[in-house]
Design a protein around this ligand. Sequence first.
Ligand code: GAL
Length: 330
Amino acid sequence: MKTIKTMLFIFLSCLTLTLQAQKIGLVLDSYVSDRWYLDKKLIAEKIKALGGECIVEVANGDAAEQVNLSKKLIKQGVKVLIVVAVDAVKSAEIVAIAKEAHVPVISYDRLIMSNDIALYISYNNTKVGELQAQYMLDRFPTGKYVLLNGPVSDNNAVQIRNGQMKVLQPSISNGKIKLLADFILSEWGEIEALMKMDEFFSSSEEKPEVVIAANDALADGTIQALPPDLDRKIAMTGQDADLSAVRYIISGKQTMTIYKPIKPLAYMAAELAFKLAKGGDAVGKTKFQSGSISVDAIFLDPIVVNKANYNETVVKDGHVKASELILRQN
Ligand code: GAL
């Protein structure tokens, strides 16, 4: 009788555990680009569809706060953490704390400098930089360029710049391209870009034909800083296919952006997190190495978007709505 009771107890406990929604924590950096709203929405909806519960926290660009929020989520009983690192190095502390609590960490979109992450999933970020630079080099094989890149605390920014330089360096070395400025900002947002570029335009005698801005927010800041006589006169890159950037592309203020389809990445993160939460493995497709870091990784391909193809790319995918593009002229 006692054995039957014990077995029943074990069975019921297991059943409760299975029926209980698996909690998965998502810790974002900030909402500096439109894309992060979408990442959050898609990850949460997929986890819910799988029968889990996604608890979201946002660090607002504060690396120490991101550690605290991660601790809080672990205390709340999350089985897995998906982290968009504010700072590649400082976020390694999150992984160490999570490891103690047996909570696997997925390094989402940005690399966390720790060999203990379960998986790093992102886009090919070097390719992002190569595509931006190649687009401009094909159209302006000679001329004056400005580079405007994101913070080195985000490993993506480093990889993107490496990709740009891989393409541009030969032309810089042989003098065909003159780099008027090579800015590396401390944030991804438009304000610092606006201030830097405003200062640049008012102090530089020479004007660039090309600004390679690493993402759409940096391009936006540059557009806002442009003196009126340079409006639509400078070719400009971007990244993220933010709604405002696609509008700028249509109106000729920005030349191109790099579109990184969010859905496949977000759904993959949700599915892998769910699998890990249930005790399974998350296996990468490749090994990613950076210095002493060697981790399992999966990379998706970025896509060039310009005036000629925005309809069959970002509109077709529902990344931006056609109706939102005709509402406002800028
Ligand atoms: C980068 C990411 C970009 C952009 C930027 C600003 O890490 O690769 O897509 O969103 O952050 O948040």
